[in-house]
Structures are given as structure tokens and as C-alpha cells.
Design a protein. Sequence first.
Length: 172
Amino acid sequence: MKQKGFTLIELLVVVAIIGILAAVGVVAYSGYTSSAKKQAAKSNATSLCKAVKAEMTRAALTGSGTKIFNDAYTFTGSFTREENAIASAIANGYKDVFKSPYGPQSMPNNPSATTSLGVFVGNGTSDHLNKNFAGINLTTGGNSNKTTINTCTNQDDCANNIFTCVINFADY
């Protein structure tokens, strides 16, 4: 009488096939999540850029005393020489709105502290290149009458931004 069942070789082949499929799935999943994080970061920066431009237009039309950036900044009637104040107000006003899709990470100016906020304020035209922070980096460029919104997607190398938006104060 012949017993029904699988031989050891058949079981090993099935296990090997399942292992190969799992390995391919893990690699594909990793690529999908990486792409999703990049798109989320770009979407956050695009939305922030539009919101900031809309708020600045509203302030320019409404006039002095208008509160913008979720009440983090009061328009004085002029945006001239307000780069640092505006960048800080944008970060403070939207810090709870835009979370980093990369999860908690070290703060560039305080590596022992972590944050899950998606907005960081730099302090120079190329400061975002030196700050290992994946998310939205606001830079002011000194007294250039503008704020730049950069999006970095690699904590170790922010030289390749996927989105940059310049808020030129002369436009308002």
C-alpha cells in the first residue's frame, strides 16, 4: 500500500519558491514606501507654498494688522526685511499641519532632540544643504526679501531637493 504525502524534495521546493516570492515582495514594498514618502513630502511642500502665497496675498489686500500663518504673524504693512520673522512664523503656524512622512528624526540644530514635525527653519541660502532633515526646510538667504521652501527626502544628503518654492516678498 502506497502512502500519500509530499516528499522532502517537494516540500523544500515549495519553501524555496515561497522564500523567493517573499524576497521579491519585500524589495517591491520598500520601493513603494520610499516613493510614497517622497510624494507625501512633495505634496506637503506644494500645499505649504500655496497656503503661504494665499496668506501673503490676503495680508497685502487686507492691510496692516492682518494675522496670517494661523495667527503666527501680524502683517505690519510691509514684508521688507521680514525674512526671518516670516520663516519662523510659517514654521510655527503650520508645525501641527505638516508632519514629516519620515517619522521622528533628529533636529538639525539640536541632534539630541527629535521631532516629527515636517517643517524646519534654516538660516541661509544653502543652509538646507547642510541640515540633515527630511521634510520641508525654510531658508531665508539673509536679507534677500524672500523665503525659500525646499523639500529634502534624504536625511543624510539634502543636496537633491524634489521641490523648491521661492516666496518673493516683492510680489506682495
